[in-house]
Design a protein around this ligand. Structure first.
Ligand code: ATP
Ligand code: MG
Length: 382
């Protein structure tokens, strides 16, 4: 079976690696160069998007920011999963919030902004500090402002106005202001839904962000009540979207109550640990769902952690001396802050996971790999 993925980055690469043993052969559409390429070798095929759509059995996406005409073309083939509505929802925070309200899933109080008066209203109604985000085009904490005092309003508004003005009729730009949530921690749920509506859901993952970018995830710590809350939100949202494939939902945990931060209609960085921590990874389950195959086991096999490799030119080889560590390199050109690869580590208990993180910290300096030592300490002490 052949599968076309819109987007040719590391997520397409890892879906391709997961699909190969199932005889699912992946080609990727590089939205930048508009070429069809092999996601592992970057070999460019002498074909067009139209021809590739005709040639494959199923189409999916590795990210949300895909031109509307490409989405329309893929949808017309009736092979595209999770479908245009799901991709549009994940790519626009205003549509996303409307879905949360329709499905009665809680999120941070917010206000949509298209003119300056709305910003002043948001300050009055929601209070300060505010997290202000572009509704379209943000990722890894980009396209965000933090408003802490009234004297920032003029400056932030002038930057926001530029973003709003750069929208087009086909792609209007808007902004959302959210109350800054004093969360205890951030978690995410990842699951898959098949074409008949069956769902499988992974254990909740705890995520640490540094400067708006995910740096470290831990899976296997969760209590059943909080897992249940996250699964309920997952099922409501996935069913409402008649979703097919892997869907990720990020939450803020405020004293045991989950508030949705955002949705990702795709495999997600906070689920990379499933490659070694479960029998069937998020990449394999996404491939299975879009190919119409039965979904795989999402139970925890080993407690696990994932460490992102940001902006480095290689993963230190010494990490491989630590038991049950795997290295995942994406083969991209290094740029500061860019996601270059990740390191997965598994263990038979949280205590042992803490010990392995302490060993890893010896070759992963805090500045480049924040939180490894602190997470190790907290796992060992618990
Ligand atoms: P990504 O796509 O990489 O997940 P993003 O750019 O889409 O990131 P968000 O996930 O919305 O952006 O925000 C990035 C981070 O900023 C969050 O993980 C969280 O740490 C912080 N943040 C965002 N919104 C809020 C909020 N309302 N209150 C407190 N912190 C927030
Ligand atoms: Mg996020």
């Amino acid at each position: 079976m052949k599968i076309l993925i819109l987007g040719a980055g590391q997520l397409a690469r890892m879906m391709s690696l997961a699909g190969a043993p199932l005889n699912l052969n992946v080609v990727a559409y590089d939205v930048g160069s508009q070429k069809i390429i092999h996601p592992l070798t970057n070999h460019v095929y002498d074909t067009t998007l139209e021809q590739a759509i005709a040639d494959v059995d199923a189409i999916t996406a590795e990210f949300e920011h895909i031109p509307d005409d490409v989405l329309t073309l893929c949808c017309a083939s009736n092979k595209f999963y999770p479908g245009k509505d799901a991709i549009k929802t994940g790519g626009d925070r205003a549509i996303e919030k409307a879905l949360l309200s329709k499905t009665d899933v809680s999120c941070a109080p917010y206000q949509l902004i298209t003119e300056k008066a709305h910003l002043e209203q948001a300050v009055a109604l929601l209070g300060k500090p505010l997290v202000i985000k572009t509704c379209q085009a943000g990722y890894d904490g980009k396209g965000q402002w933090r408003l802490k005092s009234d004297d920032q309003i003029e400056q932030i508004w002038s930057e926001m106005a530029d973003f709003i003005a750069s929208g087009t009729e086909q792609m209007p730009h808007s902004i959302i202001a959210e109350q800054m949530i004093p969360f205890d921690r951030e978690v995410s749920i990842i699951g898959a839904r098949d074409k008949s509506g069956n769902t499988v859901i992974y254990p909740l993952t705890e995520n640490q962000h540094t400067n708006g970018v995910l740096t470290l995830s831990v899976a296997g710590k969760e209590k059943s009540a909080i897992q249940h809350q996250a699964e309920e939100a997952f099922n409501k949202i996935a069913n409402e979207l008649n979703y097919v494939g892997v869907l990720a939902i990020e939450f803020f945990d405020v004293s045991g109550q989950l508030l949705v931060n955002e949705l990702a209609p795709r495999v997600h960085n906070s689920g990379h640990w499933t490659q070694q921590g479960t029998h069937c990874s998020q990449f394999e389950n996404h491939m299975r769902a879009v190919a119409g195959l039965p979904l795989g086991n999402t139970e925890l096999k080993h407690v696990s952690a994932m460490i992102n490799v940001l902006g480095q030119s290689a993963i230190p080889h010494d990490v491989l001396k630590v038991p049950d560590v795997t290295s995942h390199w994406y083969g991209k050109a290094a740029k500061p802050g860019r996601k270059m690869g990740h390191i997965n580590v598994s263990a038979s208990s949280l205590h042992e996971l803490g010990e392995r993180l302490a060993e890893l910290a010896e070759s992963l300096p805090e500045e480049q790999y924040p939180g490894v030592l602190a997470t190790s300490t907290s796992l060992i002490l618990n």
